[in-house]
Design a binder for this molecule. Structure first.
Ligand SMILES: [Zn+2]
Length: 136
């Protein structure tokens, strides 16, 4: 009879410990062991134990609040980055420079091509001129 009573009480301690441990965010395995070994003392321990779960939640809320505050301060301290200027359109590639030199001249006598602007044929040294060309 006494043994049965002790067994029932032990189960009660364990259940109480595990419940409180779960509610307060402690290890339920440890609570089971504690209830088994220390009975009412373990129950007392878990009664007085800090509520880890709530504490964690509070800490997390605190952390998030501080972070939000920090970000807010940063947003105020740093002026908003000016919009990057719209990338200027690539300047059109310089139009192929029209050949500065006048077109090559054809010698009226030998037909050789002389560089534009030449006054004489590079081949036969005949004077090249507008009059000659016009003569052609
Ligand atoms: Zn010539």
């Amino acid at each position: 009879m006494e043994t049965a009573l002790i067994a029932v009480l032990t189960v009660v301690w364990i259940v109480l410990c595990v419940n409180m441990a779960g509610a307060k965010g402690h290890s339920q395995g440890n609570a089971c062991l504690g209830g088994c070994l220390f009975g009412p003392f373990a129950v007392l321990y878990y009664l007085l134990a800090r509520d880890v779960k709530t504490q964690r939640a509070v800490e997390q809320r605190d952390y998030q609040w501080r972070r939000a505050q920090h970000e807010h301060q940063q947003a105020q301290a740093v002026p908003p980055q000016p919009e990057p200027p719209p990338s200027e359109p690539e300047p059109p590639p310089p139009a192929a420079m029209p050949h500065a030199e006048p077109p090559p001249l054809t010698c009226p006598r030998c037909g050789a091509l002389s560089p534009g602007g030449s006054t004489h044929c590079i081949s036969c040294l005949t004077a090249l001129s507008g009059t000659l060309e016009a003569h052609q």
